[in-house]
Design a protein around this ligand. Structure first.
Ligand code: GLN
Ligand code: ZN
Length: 733
């Protein structure tokens, strides 16, 4: 029995990674200091691994992103890896590679652009360099299939031939590692947990047939089960890593088909995605069962990379002690592996016994009234009184909006001043009254500016919010915040996910004051602005003692209380943002119906409003083709989506789908400082008008404007309103 761990956070206990890399960007550290800082972090990581587990990879460190490093390794962006400025240019310069979500996590990687003609060659043997510096670990690589699946520019049918062309390059790398003395090579292939086409399966097998002959390969999969697992059994590889926490079907395959005795089964048994402590006795039982079922050599491991967890619980001194003793972050996962091995090989010790015995009870986490409310939900609670067509009539009469109504997605520039004031309020430097007055001042200015611009539906600007999830989570019971629980979202960008631990309820109105204040200043409709239940869940750690849909319904009910308050205060439009609705979907499409069912139900429960209240939702992504009908399930009156950057792809997705509701496909990209011209906006609009009946159509930016500057936002919106006026003149009739 051995213990193995991988994917430990690179951030460092004190966010040193961020400090060192940003220090270099700001010119405070030179190249040598940056390298030294990173080396120190690597040493710390190695030491932590070594303290608890028997083996671990080397070379997981990156200065920005491991997929970027892979692309450079394979000669796709053949920069000199010593040339840090060229490297960071690729990562974050004016011509940086695009970024997207890594599987269904909240980490973003840099996307390589390939073509069917891309040539690969070994340009940078990063794993060998890492191994030579520390020849005690197993060199780490992202596998060829995952790399290709996560790149852009290929048709699915072109993948096998590129995979074949990549094989010699990978063979050269693993050969060099074997010659350097590596005992095993750690190859990450999480894409094997996606749905894999027949042709791909064949090619994957032939790739690993070749690679396995060159060197002893440990093939790691995670985040879900691997449908093609039995096909891996015949390959000459040394071991397979399986996620046995989130890949429940892996457990069934093992029980039914066993596991070959010539390979190591690396059993991912402690959770890499959520924070609840592993029940050591249950886990030990599962390992024993695996042993009995398969007779294989078993190593125990984390179920997925530990980078989705903060570094350590050690410093969370402010947490509810009942919660603190029940959670495990990355370091504690290593500890669990260590204890589990003890339990399996030596039996119970004081340490194994105390791991799951808790001092504080959790009765205060539960709210019977909330549980009862969820238990008593009936189908009617999820459905609005009237169908969309009838609602939209009432809403039209109430709102009296022009054709092509203009609006924004909610947030406006969060200037340094706004952030300073929020900080001053949080640290007690200014009183709550002063802060409130300041926010009111911002809202006043914004309402005036929007009226001057001639926008039709106004917003309050979200100046009081740091983060769209944190803002609501802080106002709800049953959700906790850590002090140091940072994760990397991309590059050096960090965020702190909340922990949903108990029953969730709203203690008082969360947005009412700001929204009604904004509405009191104008005759135009102001949109109430909420974050939806699916997004709150997707960006948090979630309790596992009740089904996820129940957690979602609790949050939805809290949000619905807010909706009711806003309605009562006369707010005619309510927007419930769900940017995570699509990205939270499971890896395999076969699981989508079940997921979208509860996700849509939760949204509808939150959005259950009177027929004459117009419900908007907003999502920021552009790969819509496969999810349009799931978006229909939400039964929103209006959706606003990202479209400007996707060159009409979004609109063409709708060409094949008869979408009956109102829609605002964003007309300009908020992610660049460039100011869109009236003509460029009209081009997007004209294209959309050909697809959607004009009465269905809204005019708005792609997303919130909070990261932009006023100097960009004002002219951009002026042009947007002008373009809408031109269209109105042309089609208004
Ligand atoms: N209302 C939010 C904003 O405007 C939406 C942000 C998002 O979609 N991520 O900032
Ligand atoms: Zn958005």
């Amino acid at each position: 029995m051995r213990t193995y761990a991988y994917g430990y956070p690179r951030l460092g206990e004190n966010r040193e990674f961020k400090r060192v890399v940003e220090g270099y960007w700001q010119g405070k550290l030179d190249k040598t200091q940056l390298r030294e800082g990173i080396r120190q972090l690597e040493r710390q990581r190695d030491d932590t691994y070594a303290q608890f587990v028997d083996a671990h990879p080397v070379g997981e460190m990156t200065l920005y992103d491991h997929l970027l490093d892979t692309a450079i390794m394979l000669g796709i962006y053949p920069i000199d890896p010593e040339d840090l400025d060229a490297y960071f240019d690729l990562a974050r310069g004016a011509e940086a590679l695009p970024m997207t979500k890594w599987f269904n996590t909240n980490y973003h990687y840099l996307v390589s652009h390939l073509s069917p003609h891309t040539e690969f060659r070994l340009h940078w043997n990063k794993p060998l360099q890492a191994y030579q510096q520390k020849p005690s670990g197993y060199p780490y690589l992202i596998g060829p299939y995952t790399f290709l699946r996560l790149s852009r520019g290929l048709e699915p049918a072109q993948l096998p031939s590129l995979l074949e062309r990549l094989t010699p390059v990978y063979a050269e790398i693993v050969q060099s590692l074997k010659e350097a003395g590596a005992a095993y090579i750690h190859v990450d292939e999480p894409a094997l947990a996606m749905e894999v086409a027949e042709d791909d399966v064949r090619t994957i097998c032939s790739v690993y047939q070749t690679l396995g002959q060159h060197a002893p390969i440990l093939l790691f999969t995670y985040y879900d089960s691997v449908d093609l697992l039995p096909a891996l059994y015949d390959l000459p590889i040394a071991g397979v890593g399986l996620d046995l926490v989130h890949g429940k079907r892996n457990r069934e395959t093992l029980a039914q088909q066993g596991f070959p005795s010539d390979k190591v089964l690396i059993a991912g048994i402690v959770d890499g995605r959520n924070v609840w402590k592993t029940d050591l006795r249950v886990a030990a039982e599962r390992v024993r069962q695996l042993q009995a079922q398969t007779g294989a050599t078993i190593w125990i491991s984390n179920a997925s990379p530990l980078m989705h967890l903060p570094v350590t619980v050690d410093w969370e001194t402010q947490l509810d002690p009942a919660l603190r003793e029940r959670i495990a972050f990355a370091k504690e996962r290593l500890q669990e592996l260590n204890l589990l091995k003890t339990l399996l090989t030596e039996g119970e010790t004081d340490a194994t016994r105390s791991w799951n015995s808790y001092q504080h009870d959790t009765r205060h986490w539960y709210l019977p009234a909330v549980q009862q409310r969820v238990a008593q939900l009936t189908p009617a609670d999820f459905e609005r009184e009237l169908p969309y067509t009838e609602r939209s009539q009432l809403q039209r009469e109430r709102l009296q909006l022009p054709l092509f109504p203009t609006t924004t997605i909610g947030s406006f520039p969060q200037t340094a001043e706004v952030r300073q004031m929020r900080q001053a309020y949080r640290t007690g430097k200014i009183s709550p009254q002063e802060y409130e007055q300041y926010i009111q001042q911002q809202i006043r200015d914004l309402v005036r500016r929007q009226e001057e611009l001639g926008l039709d539906v106004l917003v309050h600007g979200e100046f009081e919010r740091t983060d769209m999830v944190e803002f609501f989570a802080e106002k709800m019971e049953g959700i906790a915040f850590t002090q140091h629980g940072w994760l990397l979202s991309y590059g050096t960008r960090v965020y702190r996910p909340p922990i949903i631990y108990g029953d969730v309820a709203r203690t008082q109105p969360m947005t009412l004051k700001e929204i009604t204040y904004a509405q009191s200043l104008t005759q135009k409709p102001v949109k109430g602005m909420l974050t939806g239940p699916v997004t709150i869940i997707a960006w948090s750690y979630v309790r596992e003692d009740i089904p996820i849909e129940q957690v979602a319904y609790q949050i939805a009910l809290a949000l619905n209380d807010e909706v009711r308050d806003l309605e009562e205060a006369g707010i005619p439009i309510i927007q419930i943002d769900e940017p995570a609705y699509r990205e939270r979907a499971p890896l395999k499409k076969a699981d989508w119906d079940a997921y979208f069912h509860w996700a849509a139900q939760a949204f509808k429960l939150a959005a259950h409003a009177q027929p004459q209240t117009q419900v908007h939702t907003h999502m920021c992504y552009s790969d819509f083709g496969a999810v349009l009908h799931y978006i229909d399930w939400m039964d929103a009156d209006v959706i606003t989506i990202e479209a400007a950057r996707s060159r009409g792809e979004v609109i063409s997705a709708f060409e094949h789908y008869n979408y009956a509701r109102q829609i605002g496909p964003g007309v300009f990209d908020v992610h660049t400082p460039a100011i869109p011209s009236v003509e460029s906006i009209e081009t997007v609009l004209e294209r959309a008008v050909r697809v959607f009946p004009k009465e269905q159509f809204w005019v708005n930016p792609d997303c919130g404007l909070k990261t932009r500057r006023w100097e960009e936002v004002l002219p951009a919106l002026r042009n947007m309103v002008l373009a809408a006026h031109n269209l109105r003149a042309k089609y208004g009739g």
